[in-house]
Design a protein around this ligand. Structure first.
Ligand code: HEC
Length: 572
């Protein structure tokens, strides 16, 4: 399933004349970066950013061109400070919608402290579209962008489309199709399960004959052969809290471009990150040929391990206490294992006797180092037992659930998201019993979930834009509105302080912190336009992510407060 999101980072600044009256800058706030405790052997850069019109939280991009590592900080009160930078050559630029400034080149040595000031000039804000979800990246200006009501004219057909189709396909799918009636009719059958090896997408009994007729008419009228291909314009003005953002820093380690990849597919595609016991970060790379890779965040050094099957399509991964890396393959249905010391790869194919089909998704380890994993196609939960080497598969209760994200609670119950049926499942390994909880907003899709230290389960309503909270003790489910329209919470993962981190591509890419006590959402827009399918958080509270649909493939990390940073290494 593909989704597209559009984003206008700001309206064209037409009223610059008025803005001049506000003056260039204010220096009341400080950038708040670390004054001491810098990581040894690194450098820092600070300075001012001024403009003739007021602005908030401009992004200062410091690209180390020797190592191909980006450091990004925000301005606060017109000042910025970037710390813990690798020595080397840098290209420094400032990005803010509605403004432009020339990039500067500097060279930093270990221990150096540089000052670099910028002056922004006004420039029409570019209309940006978010990358086509997870696959190729859509460049700005390719499509005509329209509002939701223009893309989806009011009427009975729209209501059927919203409750039957849109929650799975997202808001950019249908306006991107120009099918004749017979084709739409065929796809409705296909979604109802006809000749579909994945089974029914639209659950049986949820589309009446009258609704089907209304839907077909609506599809042909609005997305027929003579319609224009369009995309959603989501006017966005992300709330920016400068005082908080002034302390934050993003770092993105760009994967080397592989000249061996075929011309149309040079861009690599990271999916999920995880830490090993030595502070390295591992990732799955789904570009073909597939690999499992590692970056040492202290040096920016990469190492790739080619997978035995170039198109096995590794998805989630995890690392055990010995540093062995496990992943789930979605093609061929095997669990993979890499011993980085020897480079040897073992694959554990699943026994599919009596099963219709299986595609693995995300693995997670329990305290005995057994590997639990979701099976997205085939509606199963699996366990690879370390002691016996045997794998057991259980069918989840709901047909068409598409088990996706997975997490264990303190009692080692296995929690998983039922992606296509808007539920959260719990499996008790002692009783082998499943319990299901429905999201409040239905229908919806849920990709991932996390469990905090008190046992509360948090999930993202990907299609509904809600943050969900389940209290397993009472069974009570609560949902919070994520403040921006068209939010797409993908992963939802707590840090050690039980602050909930959300990855959201709905506004073009942001990590969002939710404080359950104050119920406040704080946005940290990402350096690139992207989604971030999975978060992993270090014990120091650094949030790692894989910018999957970005134009540059990377392993990325957000340090919410650089004053608390002690290392660039990543430890669980
Ligand atoms: C539960 C999620 C879900 C729902 C609900 C759903 N779809 Fe789909 N749809 C999918 C998935 C997944 C695929 C890709 C399946 C495949 O290729 O086997 C798909 C494929 C399609 C395709 C073909 C893809 C293409 O590129 O043209 C069309 C058209 C389509 N759906 C239309 C619809 C319509 C119309 C509805 C409502 C009647 C609907 N879908 C409801 C998940 C869903």
């Amino acid at each position: 399933m593909r989704q597209r999101r559009t984003i206008i980072l700001a309206a064209v600044v037409l009223s610059l004349g008025i803005a001049f009256a506000y003056g260039a800058r204010s220096f009341t706030a400080t950038a708040g970066a670390a004054e001491n405790g810098l990581v040894p052997g690194t450098a820092s850069v600070s300075g001012t950013v001024e403009a003739a019109a007021p602005f908030k939280a401009a992004q200062v991009h410091l690209l180390n061109t020797d190592k191909n590592v980006l450091f990004m900080v925000y301005t606060s009160g017109g000042r910025y400070r970037a710390v813990n930078l690798f020595p080397g050559r840098y290209e420094v630029s400032v990005r803010k919608a509605g403004f432009a400034a020339d990039a500067r080149t500097i060279t930093l040595t270990a221990g150096s402290t540089r000052t670099l000031d910028f002056s922004l000039r006004a420039q029409a804000a570019e209309q940006l579209r978010q990358g086509e979800f997870g696959f190729t990246t859509q460049r700005p200006g390719e499509l005509r962008l329209q509002s939701y009501d223009e893309l989806y004219p009011q009427g009975p057909g729209r209501i059927v489309l919203e409750k039957t189709c849109l929650y799975c396909h997202g808001k950019n799918f249908f306006p991107g199709k120009q099918y004749p009636e017979a084709q739409w009719n065929h796809f409705i059958d296909y979604m109802l399960g006809k000749d579909n090896e994945r089974g029914a997408m639209v659950p049986a009994g949820t589309l009446s004959q009258a609704d089907r007729a209304a839907l077909l008419g609506y599809l042909v009228t609005n997305y027929g052969p003579t319609s224009e291909k369009r995309g959603l314009r989501a006017a966005t003005d992300i709330p920016l809290d400068e005082a908080t953002l002034g302390k934050a820093m993003y770092v993105e380690y760009y994967l080397p471009i592989d000249p061996k990849l075929d011309a149309g597919n040079k861009q690599r595609r990271t999916q999920e990150t995880h830490f090993d016991p030595s502070g390295n970060v591992w990732y799955t790379d789904r570009s073909v040929p597939n690999r499992i890779g590692r970056v040492d965040p202290r040096t920016g050094e990469f190492k790739d391990f080619m997978m035995p099957e170039a198109t096995a399509d590794p998805h989630g991964l995890t690392v055990d206490a010995n540093g062995h890396v496990f992943w789930a393959e979605t093609t061929g249905f095997s669990l993979g294992r890499l011993d980085p010391k020897t480079g040897s790869i073992t694959r554990y194919p699943m026994d599919m006797t009596g099963q219709r089909k299986g595609r693995g998704h995300t693995p997670v380890l329990d305290s005995k180092q057994n590997v639990w994993f979701t099976v997205i196609v085939g509606d199963m939960l699996g366990k690879w037992d370390r002691a016996t080497g045997k794998t057991t598969l259980w069918n989840v209760p709901t047909l068409g659930a598409a088990p996706y994200g997975i997490a264990l609670d303190r009692d080692e119950n296995v929690w998983f998201a039922e992606f296509r049926r808007g539920k959260i499942g719990k499996f008790d390994p002692r009783t082998e019993k499943f319990t299901e909880y429905s999201a409040l907003t239905q229908p919806c899709t849920i990709r991932r979930l996390g469990v905090d230290s008190t046992g509360i389960v948090w999930y993202g309503g990907f299609s509904s834009g809600k943050l969900g909270r389940i209290d397993p003790k009472t069974g009570k489910v609560v949902e919070y509105d994520i403040p921006m329209p068209f939010a797409e919470p993908y992963d939802v993962w707590p840090d050690r302080q039980d602050q909930i981190w959300i990855s959201d591509a709905g506004q073009g890419g942001a990590l969002i912190r939710f404080d359950p006590r104050t119920e406040k959402f704080t946005y940290y827009p990402t350096p690139q336009i992207t989604d971030q399918p999975k978060l992993s958080i270090t014990r120091e509270g650094a949030i790692w992510y894989a910018p999957r649909s970005s134009s540059k493939a990377a392993a990325g990390v957000l340090y919410p407060d650089v004053t608390k940073m002690t290392t660039l290494a990543a430890y669980e």
